[in-house]
Design a protein around this ligand. Structure first.
Ligand code: HEM
Length: 470
């Protein structure tokens, strides 16, 4: 099998975090098509983990994989206007996110980014701490109700809690629907939208039906209706109250409805608001849930680090996380940063060159696809010491400043950097701290999770753990 199975812990040595074994040779066309559909991580060869730059002609067209800091900076920052998000990535995110911040391009993107930036300033994000702590408390209560020794799927629990955070911060009056139905629709949509179909790879036009893609349509219709209902209710309540948007509510929906480009004063239209709500859910829910899931797995398999993290969070008073600056928990933060290194939820970023260019001494033709893969970059032999080992020391204060900015890209970089990065890190720290304070989640003996890339990087089939009370 392709997976390096971790050896049983004969002595104290913790197991190696699971990852597909690099291939010795590239896959042929059929193998590549199959791997792209089932798990794109299986396509990487040893050279991808060792070389700064690889290029070639593939079924995806001219493609280069860049692991060189200066070249990455060139693509994402210095010459970013020459590199747009590529068609395959946009198609993967599906029609629901079209014209939201993640997929918009050119002037449409610029206007939205300027209008939405104030929603994610450190001050605004800090205001969401109590809501995040409430979600964390809700999760802890659910977990503590379970019988000691029970096996649970912590990936599903984190998926629920990160959606709960978005619900509390975007629409605190509730979704107006059964939350389970909403979660199912979210899961179904991103599961089907996020599958790379051979037709997409071969560049078939959009009107050619994709097998399986039809299943996303009912979920999308469900969302559109739900979100429209929520916006409509909010408008009515604001009009009836006659108060200013800001004064009445301080949630993301109100901020979105009042958002305006500071340069032109242009606000967002109804369809842009809808696309961005779905974008925040799509971009912010599974990503953060996966960061938490892998953090728990890595701590469960590295007891010395779990003890350090528990000691840190045990110093907190009850309810303190509702007002806590996450930087005050350096060990917990370092664990999350290291989990984001080993298992970056956005495992691959790709761009298409608009005009020809030069990268790391190589000529790039117009139309070539440039892949910057945080998965590869974070495990690259030239950029990290012991890249496959879990070692949060790298991110403790004093050490993290030594990390090359373009060797660590869980949130991307440049103008298209994740707008929700500090929201996500604050949320993950609060939730992880509360979970560690109240329960202990042990690895299931013999179970080795398999990382799969499907829009986000997640463990195939969830993450079973054994629950113990603390
Ligand atoms: C651990 C959690 C998260 C990770 C790892 C993550 C990762 C990323 C990455 C890598 C990008 C850049 C994509 C590219 O350059 O092609 C991105 C963009 C984006 N993210 Fe996140 N994200 C996370 C959480 C969130 C949250 C919580 C939100 C919102 C509530 C969010 C909203 C967005 C949006 C709207 C964009 C597009 C920004 C633009 O193009 O201007 N993300 N994210």
């Amino acid at each position: 099998m392709l997976h390096e199975r971790s050896r049983p812990p004969a002595h104290a040595a913790p197991p190696r975090p699971p990852a597909p074994k690099p291939r010795e040779r590239p896959l042929g066309t059929l193998g590549l098509l199959r791997a792209l559909r089932t798990n794109p991580l299986l396509t990487w060869t040893r050279a991808h983990y060792e070389e700064p730059f690889l290029s070639g002609s593939t079924i995806l067209g001219d493609l280069c994989v860049v692991n060189d800091s200066a070249a990455i900076r060139h693509v994402l920052v210095d010459n970013a206007s020459n590199y747009r998000k590529d068609a395959l990535q946009l198609r993967l995110l599906g029609p629901g996110l079209a014209h939201g911040l993640l997929t918009a391009d050119g002037e449409e993107w610029r206007i939205q980014r300027r209008a939405l930036a104030p929603l994610f300033t450190p001050r605004t994000v800090a205001r969401f701490r109590p809501a995040m702590a409430d979600s964390a408390a809700w999760l802890v209560t659910r977990l503590r109700r379970q019988r000691e020794g029970r096996q649970i799927d912590i990936a599903a629990e984190f998926s629920r809690v990160t959606l709960d955070v978005l619900e509390r911060t975007i629409f605190p009056e509730g979704l107006g629907r059964d939350p389970t139905q909403f979660i199912e629709a979210v899961t179904r949509y991103f599961d089907t939208a996020g599958r790379i179909e051979p037709f997409d790879i071969l560049g078939f036009p959009d009107w050619v039906p994709r097998p399986g893609r039809g299943r996303a349509a009912p979920a999308l219709a469900f969302f559109a209706q739900a979100v429209e209902g929520i916006i409509e209710n909010r408008r009515k309540s604001l009009e009836a109250g006659g108060k200013s948007l800001q004064a009445e509510h301080s949630d993301l929906l109100t901020l979105l409805m009042g958002a305006a480009d500071p340069q032109t004063g242009r606000g967002l239209g109804e369809s842009e608001i809808r696309a961005n709500i779905l974008t925040f859910i799509g971009a912010g829910h599974e990503t953060t849930a996966n960061a938490l899931t892998w953090s728990i797995y890595l701590l469960a398999t590295h007891p010395a680090w779990r003890r350090r993290a528990e000691e840190e969070v045990d110093t907190l008073a009850e309810g303190e996380t509702a007002h806590l600056d996450p930087d005050r928990l350096p060990v917990t933060r370092a664990v999350i940063d290291e989990a984001l290194r080993l298992y970056p939820p956005a495992a691959s970023l790709s761009r298409e060159a608009i005009g020809s260019d030069r990268l790391a001494g190589h000529r790039i033709r117009a139309g070539a696809r440039v892949v910057i893969s945080p998965w590869l970059l974070h495990r690259h032999r030239r950029l990290w010491t012991d890249p496959d080992l879990f070692d949060p020391t790298r991110f403790l204060p004093g050490n993290r400043d030594r990390i090359d900015r373009y060797a660590y890209l869980p949130f991307g970089a440049g103008p298209r950097v994740c707008i929700g990065a500090s929201f996500a890190l604050q949320e993950a720290t609060i939730i992880l701290a509360e979970v560690l304070r109240h329960v202990r989640l042990d690895a299931v003996p013999g179970h080795v999770p398999e990382p799969v890339q499907r829009v986000t990087l997640r463990p195939r089939g969830g993450m079973p753990v054994i629950l113990r009370h603390r």
